[in-house]
Design a protein around this ligand. Structure first.
Ligand code: ADP
Length: 248
């Protein structure tokens, strides 16, 4: 019986180890992509010391974009690592959730305006909850940013907040491109992106939703997605109003 238990543990360890290896491989790949572009851009400039100013500026602009991209990946990775340390470092405080959502939407308004997207917030009642403000802010920001990014010109994003005696419910609905049925199970995985080439154009790391899910799970909540390809996507998040500390 002991060897049976050992085998089980060993199998679990192997799965964990394989997923860690895959994670490191993915991270290295993602970090190297912008670096490769930066190297090409810098080398081309070095090889043409007399390049006209316009070319010089264009290359520097591209270089700056790649640096920005690298920075975003590293920031997302840091968020993810922080959230992976189970439960221990949640900074739980009583928080006005309406105020938090409003603050985040105000910050994202310019991004929506750039694509002519109407960003609407509907609040059904006052909500105060025991949450880690920074981590729930990551959830809201990632969902609303995605709803704007994967939308259509002149589209809309509707955010709503409701609550009952036990939970608050955040809904982020968009009129965007939607997610193919076969991909909805995978979008919360690290680095997963629907249609790599299109997503690359839009810009992102494939980490946003895994960060969001980790943060929700740490609060003993749930996150779900409903999507109709070509029509739009709705994410729903349910978080307990009172923080439940895990036993042991
Ligand atoms: P990314 O940095 O690529 O946006 P995420 O983890 O936030 O990474 O999302 C994973 C993928 O899920 C995205 O690349 C995109 O293909 C898809 N996705 C996420 N949100 C939406 C949405 N609101 N509408 C359509 N597709 C979405």
């Amino acid at each position: 019986r002991i060897s049976n238990a050992f085998n089980k543990l060993w199998d679990r360890y192997k799965v964990l180890d394989a997923s860690r290896e895959e994670f490191v491989a993915n991270v290295s790949h993602e970090l190297k992509t912008p670096l490769t572009s930066m190297k090409v851009l810098a080398d081309s400039l070095l090889m043409q010391p007399d390049a006209p100013t316009e070319i010089y500026r264009e290359f520097m602009g591209d270089l700056s974009e790649e640096i920005e991209r690298e920075n975003k990946i590293i920031n997302d990775l840091l968020d993810l690592v922080k959230l992976d340390k189970k439960g221990a470092n949640l900074n739980i405080k009583s928080q006005d959730v309406n105020e938090l959502v409003e603050r985040i939407l105000k910050r994202l308004q310019p991004l929506a305006a750039k694509s002519n997207i109407e960003l609407v917030f509907e609040s059904f009642r006052p909500v105060t909850a025991e949450i880690d403000e920074v981590k729930i802010a990551l959830v809201i920001t990632n969902l609303v940013e995605n709803a704007i990014k994967y939308n259509k010109e002149n589209g809309w994003v509707h955010v709503s907040l409701n609550a009952d005696h036990k939970y608050f419910y955040l809904k982020v609905a968009d009129s965007g491109i939607g997610i193919p049925k076969e991909d909805t199970d995978h979008i919360f995985e690290r680095f997963f992106r629907v249609d790599k080439s299109h997503s690359r154009e839009i810009g992102g790391t494939g980490l946003g939703l895994s960060i969001a899910r980790n943060a929700v799970v740490m609060h003993r909540g749930a996150i779900k997605v409903y999507s109709e390809p070509g029509e739009g996507t709705t994410f729903t998040v349910r978080i307990p109003l009172t923080y439940i500390k895990r036993e042991g």
